[in-house]
Design a binder for this molecule. Structure first.
Ligand SMILES: Cc1cc2nc3c(=O)[nH]c(=O)nc-3n(C[C@H](O)[C@H](O)[C@H](O)COP(=O)(O)OP(=O)(O)OC[C@H]3O[C@@H](n4cnc5c(N)ncnc54)[C@H](O)[C@@H]3O)c2cc1C
Length: 395
């Protein structure tokens, strides 16, 4: 895979849409960094240990322009595209993976709306999602895994006058609440396996959120079960009808997977800092560990360059021709996250085993990168299938 330098120029963008500090710094990240320092850093341990949902931080990040890369300027975006989305996630993941995953949820949902053909939805929802006024999730893990024949669909839709009626349960969808929205997709009865993609309003009739799962990490992400019972979704909330869904999936899938790399880049960087910190006093003994910080940092630099390069390509077009590269990079990102977190833990030693020490948190967080859809096993299966001559799945 080719690599780009880290200082690849960012394409021209409307600086007027950025906060003043960002227009000056040019990378669109100065205000983001301020929001992280003021609203996230003091909360990281509570998010991790008390499962506190970092809503205040998400709102502040929205005000700082942190979600605007996923949206076109006409709907409140900043024109900086996927690289900005990845870089914001990376900045956030340096401090807290739960919050970085919530950034992924918010920006992935925005992008699914942006790439739909539904102009009413774009006008109605994108400006408030881009600003962080409306918080949004995405329940597409089951859709992706079912399309890849790993599990059965948990939702089904039937066409009715003016919309679709949906039934079923999605067990785990994050960044949700009674006033939130999220995207999902499921097969439509009588449509030969073709899918409908919709935006769901969590307050709508026939829909309920159920808090039933608690996790060893990422528990502050408001990950809830979504119960649909004869839930009517009007045509106005449809992102893609069955006749449009194949093309729609090709538009959304590459970047959906690729953007998750922002989580890995930030987490790995944070693990390197923990190793450096420990080496200040314990380098004489840390040198006997398998993974040294220089090795991880070199791998991180290569991964970051490749991620930014593909992110810029994705901003220009759909990128489905880069699917195999994206899957391999995403797999490597999960593996390197685990390696880096393991190395950070071993460098920190018993100190890293303390409840409030970030080393053990990073280890739990790294496992999330490796298990969230597409998980390590899923990625390896898809890579093997594509290299074995199978076409990429529809989703
Ligand atoms: C913290 C967290 C946040 C998540 N957020 C989202 C999100 O925002 N959107 C989204 O679409 N998905 C989300 N997921 C789901 C995630 O992406 C995976 O689909 C899920 O972890 C299952 O993947 P798997 O590889 O373990 O599945 P497999 O190993 O293939 O297991 C098959 C299926 O069995 C079911 N299953 C197994 N054990 C349990 C259990 N104890 N309770 C309920 N079901 C079970 C699951 O549906 C699973 O998909 C989240 C998961 C976690 C842990």
């Amino acid at each position: 895979m080719s690599t780009a330098t880290l200082d690849t120029p960012i394409p021209a963008h409307p600086c007027a849409a950025l906060p003043a500090a960002d227009a000056a710094s040019g990378d669109g990240l100065a205000a983001v960094r301020s929001a992280i320092a003021a609203h996230l850093v003091p909360k990281v341990v509570d998010v991790d240990l008390k499962a506190e949902y970092p809503e205040g931080f998400l709102r502040a990040l929205g005000q700082a322009g942190g979600f605007r890369g996923a949206v076109e300027p006409a709907y409140g975006g900043n024109g900086l595209g996927m690289k900005h989305v990845v870089q914001v996630m990376e900045e956030v993941a340096r401090e807290c993976l739960s919050s970085a995953f919530l950034v992924w949820c918010q920006t992935a949902c925005a992008r699914y709306i942006q790439l739909s053909g539904n102009d009413w939805l774009k006008k109605q929802f994108l400006p408030s999602i881009a600003a962080g006024e409306l918080l949004a999730g995405t329940g597409l893990s089951n859709t992706v895994k079912s399309c890849d024949t790993i599990e059965d669909y948990r939702l089904s839709a039937r066409r009715v006058e003016g919309g679709y009626v949906i039934n079923g349960v999605l067990p785990w969808v994050s960044n949700l609440g009674p006033s939130h929205v999220f995207t999902t997709g499921c097969p439509v009865v009588g449509e030969d396996g073709k899918l409908v993609f919709v935006l769901v309003d969590c307050a709508q009739a026939g829909f309920k959120l159920v808090d039933c799962a608690h996790f060893v990490g990422l528990d502050g992400t408001r990950t809830l079960a979504c119960h649909f019972k004869e839930s009517f979704v009007p045509d106005s909330m449809v992102l893609a009808h069955p006749s449009e869904s194949e093309a729609y999936v090709k538009r959304i899938k590459p970047a959906m997977i690729h953007a998750q790399m922002g989580m890995g880049l930030g987490l790995i960087d944070a693990c390197c800092k923990l190793m450096h910190q420990s080496n200040r006093t314990l380098a004489h003994v840390n040198q006997y560990l398998d993974d040294q910080v220089e090795t991880i940092e070199a791998a991180l630099a290569g991964a970051r360059a490749a991620v930014y390069e593909i992110a810029d390509e994705l901003s220009e077009g759909a990128g489905s021709e880069r699917t195999l590269d994206i899957l391999k990079l995403r797999l490597a990102g999960g593996e390197l996250s685990l390696r880096a977190a393991n190395a950070a833990m071993l460098h920190q030693g018993a100190k890293g085993y303390l409840v409030r020490n970030p080393a053990q948190r990073r280890l739990r967080e790294a496992y999330f990168i490796a298990i969230v859809t597409p998980a390590t096993k899923h990625l390896r299966r898809e890579i093997a299938r594509i290299e074995g001559g199978h076409a990429c799945s529809g989703m």
